[in-house]
Ligand binder design. Structure first.
Ligand SMILES: Cc1cc2nc3c(=O)[nH]c(=O)nc-3n(C[C@H](O)[C@H](O)[C@H](O)COP(=O)(O)OP(=O)(O)OC[C@H]3O[C@@H](n4cnc5c(N)ncnc54)[C@H](O)[C@@H]3O)c2cc1C
Length: 378
């Protein structure tokens, strides 16, 4: 009987386990995870506060329930320390486990901002339930929040914090939020809407130091010399694939664990899925690529080699103050943004030299055009 070993109990690990079980009732599926193995919706971490959701309500099933529902053996609070790809074994804190197929679903880790100062260790990031629990506890008593990083997740947190009554100030180097994903008019529209929702900005600036200030507050020194006071500092400058284990095992890695269209790594019998992977030079840390990847990989691992094919996968940004749907152009394409202001929004099309639609950003009322845009992109 074939033995599938999955490292990681995030969306990638659990979706693969569920899909593989659907196709093969007899296969032994073992999951090893460094955390407590609770199943939760990670996207909800950045819009749970205003809904009043505490950390326990974000988890929808315990590891024991997931094991029961899908016929898994789950080793929680167990970190995998090494992989021997020749012997087909992994070493954990509790001993050795063998596999026929290994899938690394180790996710991504927050990028630490380059900060100095005596309170850097108290800067929070939120990338899992444990982080959210700490954030939730600290934000209870925080009125002023400094948020470093006006990217996708940063804007979601900013909207959520403002909606929950906090005074939030967002710091970032670009002239508008989502600087790498949105062209100027769309970015300005988003900034205006979030401003109306109560968000303040320090754009064109970076945070240099975070020090302890008066009465338990923090002082954040910005690149123009301004010193901002806050009760809590949250960093959301991005995530990078967690490749540590794969590198140690000698697997080929770039920004992420390099996989081919079958999600196969450079080692036989070792696949990878989720935020930890890089395919065709792309890192796609979103839900939809995981769902498509998990279904294809489950077929491959149960005897029907299936390349993953991604359809266009727009990302719905959870900023209720400003509806926003993005389809960033994939790969190293050359093109240009064409922006059009519409009543209550901005429609931005990213077109190639031949005029073909390669991506889009729909802001405000323009989100209504999503279906038409997707049809145009083919
Ligand atoms: C705040 C936030 C909001 C988001 N919002 C959206 C959204 O709106 N839409 C969208 O499409 N995407 C969103 N995303 C991205 C999406 O949530 C992720 O793409 C997805 O959850 C990643 O799942 P994963 O299983 O790859 O990684 P993770 O959930 O990070 O799981 C990794 C697992 O690996 C385990 N692990 C790591 N190393 C080891 C080891 N050595 N040994 C054992 N276990 C190990 C960890 O404990 C964990 O269980 C958001 C992400 C964040 C952080």
């Amino acid at each position: 009987m074939s033995r599938l070993l999955i490292v990681g109990s995030g969306l990638a690990g659990y979706t693969l386990a569920r899909e593989a079980r659907k196709l093969d009732e007899a296969m032994t599926i073992v999951m090893v995870t460094a955390d407590d193995g609770r199943f939760y919706s990670k996207p909800m971490l950045s819009n749970a506060l205003a809904k009043g959701l505490d950390p326990d309500r974000l988890a929808t099933a315990s590891a024991a329930k997931m094991a029961d529902d899908h016929g898994l053996r789950i080793e929680t609070h167990t970190r995998v320390l090494g992989v021997d790809v020749q012997a087909r074994t992994v070493t954990t804190e509790d001993g050795e486990l063998s596999y026929d197929h290994l899938v690394l679903a180790t996710g991504a880790v927050p990028i630490a901002p380059p900060l100095r100062g005596n309170a850097v260790a108290q800067v929070l990031t939120v990338n899992n339930l444990t982080d959210y629990a700490r954030f939730h506890e600290r934000v209870e008593t925080a009125q002023r929040v400094a948020l470093i990083g006006p990217g996708l997740i940063g804007c979601e947190f900013a909207n959520d914090l403002a909606a929950s009554g906090r005074a939030v100030t967002v710091i970032g180097p670009d002239s508008h939020p989502l600087g790498r994903l949105l062209p100027p008019a769309a970015g300005r529209f988003l900034r205006e809407r979030l401003t109306e929702a109560g968000v303040s900005w320090r754009l064109g600036l970076t945070a240099g130091e975070v020090n302890g200030g008066r009465e338990g507050a923090f002082e954040i020194t910005l690149s123009d010399g301004e010193v901002l006071e806050a009760d809590l500092v949250l960093s959301a400058i991005g995530l990078r694939p967690d490749t540590g284990l794969a590198r140690e095992a000698g697997l080929a890695c770039g920004r992420g664990i390099i996989v081919d269209a079958l999600l196969q790594t450079s080692a036989p019998h070792v696949h990878a899925l989720g935020d930890c992977i890089e395919m065709d030079g792309q890192v796609l840390p979103f839900v939809m690529p995981i769902m498509h990847g998990a279904r294809a990989l489950a077929r491959t691992l149960t005897g029907e080699p299936s390349a993953v094919r991604y359809p266009p996968m727009p990302v719905v940004v959870k900023t209720p103050a400003c509806p926003l749907v993005l389809l960033p152009p994939l790969g190293p394409v050359t093109g240009r943004w064409e922006e059009e202001s519409v009543d209550g929004g901005v429609r931005a099309r990213y077109v190639g030299a031949d005029g073909a639609l390669l991506g889009f950003a729909l802001v405000g009322s323009a989100v209504a055009d999503k279906a038409v845009m997707l049809k145009d992109i083919g």
